[in-house]
Each structure stands twice: as structure tokens, then as C-alpha cells.
Write a protein that binds this ligand. Structure first.
Ligand code: CA
Length: 331
């Protein structure tokens, strides 16, 4: 297979702290021999495991980039044993534009793994992670939030895997992250996810959803920053003890697809429940009003199962096919 065109300006084998870029050639009207310059930082101190930390897989999710730009700015390395590779904004063109998908090729980075070296910009980024960065790593953390159209309870998540020993290692790392909630996550469509790519390589992988709405809060940023430290301490790379959340994390499960409630209407959402509410099967969760005319009865959306409201749609206008709510079962 053809080599990936990305050139790192740092040396992954060199000891110490390095700040640089993943330089991806991108020839265009305003820059004939130009490049996408994706910031990268590496801490390497002696022998030990490698952690790969990323945010900005979707460009409108900010807890990851905020926590990782913070961590990358630290000047200490004597409390690190091993290697930490940090990419605060994986889909950098999307992050620059503040959009979920790339403005260059309209691709969603988290739906096209493993990517291709001879593809468009987003496909090349995916291929570089698949064939260069992930194989170097033992522990992989990818920090997500809801972006502009979803809002989540703050949770760290792992998946059900065929390899039960790996599943246990991933669940233990998600627990160590120390978010207020932790989830055994069911994906609507696991094909093409970074998660699936990393897990198929046998790595310890944790993902998160830490809020949303295309913004952050002091709370969600604190959870992300503490989670990064905790993840690295758990991996044995950073000195210290894992800092537990204020109250013990609540464990949630998504046993089947009844956890998802999708809208079959386009209109205006009147919520009947809030994020974090406990709901019972059959309970009204939202009414969706037609915006075409008055005096039409709203469509009532009822809870498909008992559980906790872990995600809700944003903003108040909704389109047919949008995810309206996600319900997690309390374990
Ligand atoms: Ca996301």
C-alpha cells in the first residue's frame, strides 16, 4: 500500500518534550504547495507504555481540545514514564471551521476509518492514525462531546468486545477516567469508527461524551482535564493517584437499540423531560409541534424503555431522522 503523505515534524523516538505538526500536503488555490498543519505534542521519558490522546475528531466538540492543549503546555516530564502523543484536534480543518465534518471534503472523520493514504484530506488523516499512530500506542483516549446538535450527561465509555480480557481492560480505564457517569456503549453504526479501528488492534480504548451544544462549561472542562490525568496515571505513565469524582460514578448500560429515540417529524421540540431525568417506559419525553400551521396536535414521543436520559437533541428545531433522546439503563 502507498505510504501516507503526512510528515511529522517531531521524532517519535526522541526523548523529551516536542511540539510540532503533522504536515499534510494540501495544494489549493490560495497555497500551491500548502499543507494542513495539525498540531502534535509528544512527551517521552524513558521506557514505558505509549498513550495516544486525541480530541477534535469532530470539529465542534471542545472539551477534548481544551484539556489536551492544557496538558500539552506542561513543562514537566520527570513525572512521566513512557510516551504520550497528543493530537488536540484530529480533524483539524473541521476544528478550524467549528464544524462537525471537514469543510474540505465534507467527510466525517469518525465514519471513514481505517481511511486511505490516497484519499481526500480527511481519509488521509484517518489512515495516518490507523497505520502510524495507533500501532505505536498501548492506551488510546479519544475525547468527544455532543457538538452543536447533541447534549450529553458527562460519561466515559467502553464497548462490548469479542475479547473479554480486552473489554475488561477498556472498562477499567473508562472507570479510572473518573467522569460522573460511565457507560457500556452501544453504537448506532460501529463500522468506520476510530473506536472500532483502535479496538480491533487490541488496544485499551476509552471514549467520552462530555456535554455538548458546541461549547464547554467549567464543569465539563474540569472533568476532561481530570480524566486525562487519571487515564495516564491508570496507564502507569504519569505519577500520582487516580482522583475519584465527587460522588461515585453511576454505571449505565445500553442493552439494545430501544435506547435511541429518533424523530419521525420535522418541527419544534417541547421537552417533557430533562437531561439526567429518570424516565419510565411509555412516559411522554417530548411533544413535537408542526411549524407549518397552528392548531395541529403535536406528536407525542414516549420513552421506549425505563432509564436515565443521557442525551438530548439540540437546538429546539428538529428534522425527521434526528436523534431526539438517548436513554441509558442504570446498572
Ligand atoms: Ca462526537
Amino acid at each position: 500500500m502507498r505510504a501516507n503523505p503526512i510528515t511529522p515534524t517531531i521524532d517519535y523516538d526522541r526523548e523529551g518534550i516536542q511540539h510540532g505538526f503533522l504536515r499534510l500536503p494540501y495544494s489549493r488555490n490560495d497555497s500551491a504547495w500548502g499543507a494542513v498543519m495539525i498540531p502534535v505534542t509528544q512527551f517521552k521519558h524513558g521506557e514505558g507504555p505509549t498513550a495516544l490522546l486525541s480530541g477534535g475528531n469532530h470539529g465542534d466538540e471542545y472539551e477534548g481540545p481544551t484539556a489536551l492543549f492544557n496538558f500539552a503546555a506542561r513543562d514537566r516530564i520527570d513525572d512521566i514514564q513512557g510516551r504520550i502523543i497528543i493530537v488536540p484536534a484530529m480533524n483539524y480543518p473541521a476544528f478550524q471551521a467549528g464544524t462537525r465534518v471537514s469543510p474540505i471534503d465534507s467527510l466525517n472523520l469518525n465514519r471513514i476509518f481505517p481511511g486511505r493514504p490516497d484519499g481526500s484530506v480527511t481519509e488521509v488523516i484517518a489512515d495516518y492514525f490507523s497505520r502510524t499512530l495507533v500501532p505505536m500506542a498501548d492506551y488510546v483516549l479519544d475525547i468527544h462531546s455532543g457538538g452543536k446538535t447533541l447534549d450529553f450527561l458527562p460519561f466515559a465509555a467502553s464497548h462490548i468486545l469479542d475479547d473479554k480480557a480486552q473489554q475488561q481492560r477498556c472498562a477499567a480505564a473508562a472507570r479510572a477516567f473518573g467522569a460522573p457517569y460511565r457507560l457500556q456503549m452501544l453504537e448506532i453504526d460501529a463500522a468506520g469508527l476510530y473506536d472500532t479501528q483502535v479496538e480491533s488492534c487490541g488496544k485499551v480504548f476509552v471514549t467520552t461524551e462530555l456535554g455538548g451544544g458546541g461549547t464547554t462549561s467549567p464543569d465539563t472542562v474540569r472533568i476532561a482535564k481530570r480524566g486525562v490525568d487519571n487515564f495516564l496515571i491508570h496507564a502507569g505513565i504519569l505519577d500520582g493517584t487516580v482522583e475519584a469524582p465527587e460522588r461515585e460514578s453511576l454505571s449505565l448500560d445500553m442493552p439494545d437499540f430501544r435506547s435511541f429515540l429518533f424523530s419521525e417529524h420535522t418541527g419544534l421540540v417541547e421537552p417533557c423531560v430533562a437531561l439526567g431525568d429518570q424516565v419510565c417506559e411509555g412516559q411522554p419525553m417530548a411533544r413535537i409541534h408542526s411549524i407549518e400551521r397552528t392548531a395541529l396536535a403535536p406528536a407525542v414521543y414516549r420513552a421506549p424503555r425505563d432509564g436515565l436520559v443521557i442525551a438530548r437533541h439540540l437546538p429546539s428545531r428538529i428534522q425527521i431522522g434526528d436523534c431526539l433522546f438517548v436513554i441509558g439503563e442504570v446498572v
